[in-house]
Ligand binder design. Sequence first.
Ligand SMILES: Nc1ncnc2c1ncn2[C@@H]1O[C@H](COP(=O)(O)OP(=O)(O)OP(=O)(O)O)[C@@H](O)[C@H]1O
Ligand SMILES: [Mg+2]
Length: 1003
Amino acid sequence: MTTAERFVGRDHELQRLKVLLDQAAGGRAATVVLGGEAGVGKSRLVAQFMARAEKDHQAHVLRGACIELGGGLIPYAPLVESLRLLVRDRGEKQIRAEVTDSAWDDLAHLVSDFTGTAAAAVPGAVPSGSGQLRVFGAVLRMLEHLGRSAPVVLVFEDMHWADQSTLDLVSFLARRLSSERALLVCSHRAELLPGHALRVLLAEPEFHRHVHPVALRTFSEDELADFIGELLPDTSAPPDRDLARRCHELSGGNAYFAEQLVLSGTLTGPQASRVPESINELMLTRIATLSEPARRVMQVAAAAARRLDDRLLEAVCGLPDDILDNALRDCRDQGMLVLDPIDQEAYTVQHALLSEAVYQQMGIGERRRLHTRMAEAMTADGRLGLAHDGGAAVELAHHWFRADRRAEALATAVRAGEATMRGRAFHEAESQFGRVLDVLWGQVTDAEQSAGHSREGLLSASAEASRWAGHLSRAVTRVQEAIDAVVLQGDSRRLGELYERLGSYHWETGATVESQAAYTEAVRLLEEAAPRGAAHARALVGLAMAEIRAGSYHAALGRAGRAVELAESIGDVGAEGRALNAAGLALALLGRAEEGEPRLRRAVTLADQADHVEDLLRAYGNLAVALELAGDLAGSVEEALTGLQRAQAFGLTDDRLALVLANNAGVSLMALGRWDEVAELLGRVMASRPRVEQSAYLRLTLAEFSVARGLDADAERLMGEVGDQRIADPRFVAALYACEADLHCWRQVPARALDAVHRGLAAVADTENVLVRLRLYSIGLRAAADRAALTSDGGAMGVDLIKAARRQAAAGAEIDEIPILLQLCQAEYCRALGKDSGPRWADVAKAWAQMGRPYQAAYAYWREAAARLAAGDRVAATEAATAAAETAARLGAKPLLSAVEDLALGPVREPDPPSATPVPVAVAVPQDPGLTKRQLEILRMLVSGGDTNRKIARKLGIQEATVATHVHRIFLNLGVQSRAAAVSKAFALGLFPDLTGSAPTGD
Ligand SMILES: Nc1ncnc2c1ncn2[C@@H]1O[C@H](COP(=O)(O)OP(=O)(O)OP(=O)(O)O)[C@@H](O)[C@H]1O
Ligand SMILES: [Mg+2]
């Protein structure tokens, strides 16, 4: 016997896994991370659990292991292996019947060499957008589909050797799995060096929060006794206690060590006196028992990746058939080589520890020769490798590299880079290209010849790999190096193409200014070169988008139009869609949403056709913006949410574009007064704690929302977070200052609000965005009016603002919101002048209500109520205040609600009693009425002489309007409606003891 047949112990661990599987079966997916030292028994535990899951739960069990392959790793190794098993067990037809949507298409290319069917699913050399996330999303959906018939157990073994794509996949699955009936189990060796990629992942709090760690300990002495009892020839007799103790002492309870100690006879045989100190030493003792040819076989197997085709073995060993057969039999009898579970024509080394020991024992030259022969054999016959697609290229590159044959290593690494790129394993592609450019290039005499590509071409391919691997700054560096190389050649067309790429990488990092500069250069260069091509169209679109960000909509529109024509003429559907997207957005921002909308809809269709996820989501986002600007808020919400759903289907929940879509939906929902939905949506999205750079727009919306709900501290925090972002888009900048001003208004510090407005206006001065500027004017005028009530200069400050607002609105676009904003500005301005007008506010309120914007309407109703109250029309005031209070209460707009309640109306939500008796004023007047010196002076004049406003103005040498404002403020503060009442109140408060009452004149 080579290993224990009966499973020993581990009740606790199995129980824990069973509970999690039960929960998964009930729709609560989970991820388990199983760690333990090498050889402790992880694989055996997992195998036992899988067998039980299959038997007791009829679960689908899928298992794959990571492969140790030096620096060059096989992307998605465990996923690929598990998918192969799935195909082998069920046949592709059956899988397609279960996994009904496109998920399988997105995965099939990973196993295309195995199924032989899916080659068509591999797109061209350039990976389509967000390819890696597409694979992730597909795995998630596959689990969901398979889970419908039975719970799924997906096992990834040996994660300490995981390639970066697999680590990313696991990180993704751990976070994303929710109601799928699936359990993901990842095993790994506990001894991870600092800086090891898996160790880094395990230390991430966000990852840690989402996984269930299980630490597998070594066997206790009792368990070990049980265990070795299984291994000894006579299983009926209980094992010798001393033997068990000795074995435990030596092995530390490590299953593999103990097993090998027993099987080698070290404990019981004639050599019992000399015991090995480590597993490694023990392994070498075991290998020493093999015949020379058998040892050769083991060396070949160790130098190969874990699985080894028997034809490769034949080719590399170079032994005559009969000797090889004997050697193989020897290895298998000793339990050192076993048949591969998937491919019965391949072998694997029984245990990784064994393979490592064999490999380490070989001399450097011996290893080199072996790798050379491997590579030669695999080059001669491509079917000898582990896989026959991207993985095969990686494997070959690995052997040439280890063989120190640099020219071949370089050539094969280039091919491996290209193949992994096609397989959307961008991290691996990046590391292959990195090896080519940073290590091998300088070591090979005619590198270009070996690579079959220019250095510049490889630099740009490498940049693209880095971009998709999410390493944007590396992408920028690489493409800049490529630019430096091409500048010398003076090829303006190629240079233009590279600048176009540079523009796009900068764009992705949010460096708008750099992006615009690069695109400008690209357009200039490509205009010189004929014939025009796709890069030219892309550069035009890039530039147009940068111009939109900078608020130059006319220029953007012209440029996007040219891009549409160019893309059409060269039949580039992708570029055409992107160009339409830019043109549609520019039109919408210029107030021509009805022309923009069809273009954006077409952009959605084209992105779908071109299968370009990013373009698709961008088109949805812009369509939502266009509909919002057209006043179709409900439509805007719908399109944004559709886009968001599609993003989620691709597994792109955390992507920047998904956050943009969530924001688009949030903005329109907020305007519609569907604040519960806003809170739910934004709360859900923010729960995954997106990075600030990715979510600046969303955070700003949340800040606005917080201001409106009176959550000042939240609002301040959010504004602080996004304030550091280098975003020049006037839509963002203006909204940020408007939000700040709004907060100051509610806090009744109008001076600071005005300051924010002026800063905002300066920041967007050079842009064509009329809408955002008018929003700023309206808040500025609100602040000016608030200030007028406190001092006498508010009206003056409003003059500039109202003039500018009128000018802008007249010259501005045909956006429905603009005339209402102007009306709002006028109403605020009148208020600033002390000529507050109920009817004006009523018009504003009605206009907002008609547009379906209840919060803005409620604000205007509040102002209407105050104006009517000041004019003495209590009934109309109450009606308006009721409307305002109802909406504010329903929305949860606390600052507005308390402002309405502060009106001296009494409880505003109760209708006026039908009787003619006046409603008692329900506001307690403070002893100190809180009047300014000037106001007290005016009040004094009212009390002493009952002067009219004009008379007071003349006496004080100020504007009549200013007096009116003061009088209004006096009334408000005293809680009165008329001059007569003000005089009585002044007496009641004993404000002017030196004056005796005289009959006040009427108003
Ligand atoms: N609970 C058990 N019952 C019976 N045999 C076991 C048990 N645990 C481990 N073994 C045996 O001990 C040996 C080592 O176990 P295993 O291969 O599972 O270790 P591992 O932790 O996966 O090692 P590695 O880190 O190298 O992958 C195997 O031969 C296995 O069959
Ligand atoms: Mg194992």
